[in-house]
Write a protein that binds this ligand. Structure first.
Ligand code: ADP
Ligand code: ZN
Length: 720
């Protein structure tokens, strides 16, 4: 008799032991269905030596029910999952949820039925049915997806199907992906590109681990360059994984990939339908899909034949997952490349301090693209001192910038106004009593959204109509909007330039792939004169007619005071500035600031990237912050503030006394209340030699706390 260990997707369950018959063969990593009490559950056969199993006597072992007819999860991916579990102090099952996002591998269904509303109304209409039909008017999907979209149970959808309200379509999950053609449209590289591409191609040929930092200024043609490495991987018959930070970027990227390789690659992100998900997961697992473009979760896909990983815009904060398993996708991608023994390329114009430091140490190879591709030059950057040149009362755009916008309109060129604030106004205030309208669930202000006529919390999604009277003093019409959001800037622009065609580009307006694609199409077709957008439009996009970028409030990100503020501001403004003058026409950038002598802004204006990084690296070093020291945050939350405080004090008091291990706090976390829970934070700082995770495990997990308290460990927190 043989004993095997199975890990499920259920974090409440530890590793489970089962038996298989002597003659049965089972590979490590196989997906299996097993009995658990009266139920059946799916899991993955795991290497016993990697996990701690409670010994179950032989005669009590139960037999597995079925083995899925899919390739087993490979050893490198299993070792990656073990590493993530260990490093980020997270239970293995919560990582398997990403490796095996649903039980589909064990489903034998190769075709799935999708439904689409056909306009037929049911004989018996109920308010619930009407609301559901309304919500899913344009949607298509499986019964459970339609239920979710319509906000009703699957039974309601089944009833509507019976009444003939939907057309059904059988979709095959085995429909293959087209094979990319490495020679489809090979560009002629300039000398810098050619040199960088040569070094990347060499690594792909070597097929062993190496990390390369592709450091190219905005518009230098990083994508075309790393596409050469991608082409080489295809020539070798290897799969490629390309990680992008944002779903809004995926669609234009897929087009670019298609222009280069003749086919659209598979993609992977949270907005996908389950049919697409299944099809993609299987095609990656059986090796028939050669390229996958996706957000951070694509990192856990079951590649069988991976040959190269690329992380584009590698500095982006959105690679850090902030709930569930709190992992940094860039670091985890490097670890996956190591486990798979394949090369990885990190591309950006504004690499993270951590990445540059590793390159300095020689652990990553640096490849540089120092100038823009073709005739394009870097934009010239100037600051506008708002103290000496204030905008008109109640307005936010200073005369200098207005004049520049006007000139662009006259010349038929495009402008981008950047402000990293969604909505109309960040704060709503009562003129009479001074009350500021706060979210009832979070320590944050309610943000006015004028397009939807609502106040919304950007942290928990709580929303309400804009009240007519002050909720505190009941005075009529006394609420005023304070400060600008992008919608307010858009109003100002429309007011001043009534003939200009404007577009607001934020996650509120570009929430889907289709909307993002439509945005790109309109800007490219020059149906837009002025874009007003948040950080969402500052990355990746290439609009040749865009020659002016106005940074509405360059001081915004510097105000927070956390240690990453300077780096984040430098990255955001450089990326926004990087949208200007990418074609033949020269670009200009204006930074509006109350404090243009700030060293970060000065470095940007002077185009002194190296100087900025040197300064910032020094200040990180003197603070013992990453990459020089290690950090972990422990977030303790409860609906009861006193409880959150007392438990966090108890945890702090139980900290081990070790040299070079420092505990700061507890203190209110950066968002001290979130979704109705009070949050306290302990920051743990250690030097690099200390085994921080082991210390945390033996310290935190030895303690007990009431069920009403949640304790989350965040290794390498983004905010510190
Ligand atoms: P980056 O990602 O470095 O900001 P992109 O990859 O977007 O820059 O390149 C900028 C523009 O130059 C794009 O329109 C791209 O298609 C074009 N480009 C870059 N390299 C080449 C090349 N070798 N041949 C033709 N066009 C190129
Ligand atoms: Zn809220």
């Amino acid at each position: 008799m043989n004993r095997i260990t199975v890990i499920t997707r259920n974090a409440a369950l530890g590793p489970l032991d089962y038996r298989i018959d002597d003659e049965q063969q089972i590979a490590m990593g196989s997906l299996v269905r097993v009995p658990l009490g009266p139920r059946q559950i799916d899991g993955i056969v795991w290497d016993r030596e990697m996990v701690e199993v409670n010994p179950v006597p032989d005669h009590k072992l139960r037999k597995i029910i079925a083995i899925a007819d899919v390739p087993p999860i490979s050893a490198p991916l299993r070792r990656l999952a073990d590493w993530v579990s260990d490093y980020y102090v997270a239970p293995l099952p919560s990582i398997l949820r990403m490796v095996m996002p649903s039980s589909y591998a064990l489903d034998n269904a190769r075709t799935i039925t999708e439904y689409r509303a056909n306009g037929v109304l049911p004989d018996r209409m109920t308010p619930k049915r009407a609301a559901a039909l309304d919500a899913i008017a344009d949607a298509e999907g499986t019964i459970s997806e339609l239920g979710r979209i319509g906000g009703v149970s699957e039974a309601v959808i089944r009833g509507l199907i019976k009444s003939g309200c939907f057309d059904a379509e059988q979709v095959s999950i085995d429909r293959p992906f087209d094979l990319p053609n490495p020679q489809f449209a090979q560009p002629k590289l300039n000398e810098y590109q050619a040199e960088a591409a040569y070094k990347m191609v060499e690594q792909v040929k070597a097929q062993k681990f190496a990390c390369q930092m592709l450091d190219g200024v905005t518009g230098s043609g990083k994508t075309e360059t790393y596409f050469e490495a991608v082409a080489e991987a295809f020539l070798q018959g290897k799969q490629v994984l390309i990680l992008l930070p944002e779903i809004a970027l995926t669609e234009p990227f897929l087009d670019r990939f298609e222009a280069r390789f003749g086919v659209r690659p598979a993609s992977w992100h949270s907005g996908m339908k389950s049919t697409q998900r299944r099809r993609t997961w299987h095609a990656i697992a059986n090796g028939s899909a050669m390229a996958l473009v996706g957000a951070r979760s694509a990192l856990f896909m079951p590649f069988t034949n991976l040959g190269l990983i690329i992380v584009d815009e590698a500095h982006e904060a959105s690679f850090k997952q902030e709930d569930g398993v709190r992992y940094q996708a860039r670091d985890t991608a490097i670890m996956r490349a190591m486990k798979e023994n394949v090369p990885i390329i990190l591309a950006s114009a504004t690499h993270a301090i951590e990445t540059r430091y590793m390159a300095q140490l020689g652990k990553y190879e640096t490849l540089t693209l120092p100038s823009r591709f073709g005739p394009a030059k870097m934009p010239s950057i100037k600051s506008v001192d708002l103290t000496s040149e204030p905008p008109e009362r109640g307005r936010w755009i200073a005369p200098t910038l207005l004049k520049e916008i006007e000139q662009r309109l006259d010349m038929g060129e495009q402008s981008l106004l950047f402000l990293n604030r969604r909505g109309y106004a960040p704060l709503t205030l009562c003129r009479t009593c001074g009350t500021r309208i706060e979210c009832p669930n979070c320590s944050s202000w309610m943000v006015e959204h004028r397009f939807t006529h609502r106040l919304a919390c950007h942290h928990c999604g709580h929303a309400m109509p804009i009240p007519k009277n002050c909720p505190e003093c009941d005075e009529q019409d006394s609420l005023v909007a304070c400060g600008p959001g992008v919608e307010r800037i858009a109003d100002e622009v429309r007011d001043l330039f009534p003939d200009a065609r404007t577009i607001v580009a934020t996650s509120d307006t570009l929430y889907s792939q289709d909307r993002a694609a439509e945005f790109v199409r309109r800007v490219e077709a020059h149906e837009v004169d002025i874009i007003i957008g948040t950080q969402l439009v500052t990355k990746g996009y290439h609009f040749p007619d865009l020659t002016l970028v106005g940074i509405i409030d360059a001081d915004l990100g510097l105000a927070g005071g956390d240690l990453r503020a300077a780096e984040r501001t430098f990255q955001q403004i450089s990326q926004a500035a990087g949208r200007a003058g990418r074609g033949a026409k020269h670009g200009e950038v204006y930074l509006q600031s109350h404090n243009p002598s700030n060293p970060v802004l000065q470095a940007i204006v002077a185009g002194d990237r190296e100087g900025f990084y040197e300064q910032e690296t020094l200040s990180r070093k003197s603070a013992g912050a990453p990459p020089f020291g290690r950090l972990a945050a422990i977030i303790i939350s409860s609906e009861d503030e006193a409880e959150a405080i007392s438990i966090s004090r108890a945890i702090g008091a139980a900290a081990p006394k070790i040299d070079d291990l420092h505990i700061y706090g507890p203190a209110p976390a950066p968002l001290s209340m979130l979704r109705g829970r009070y949050r306290q934070r302990l920051l743990v700082q250690a030097n690099r030699q200390i085994e921080l995770q082991n210390i945390l495990r033996s310290w935190i997990y030895a303690l007990e706390w009431p069920r009403s308290v949640r304790v989350n460990i965040d290794i390498d927190p983004y905010n510190f």
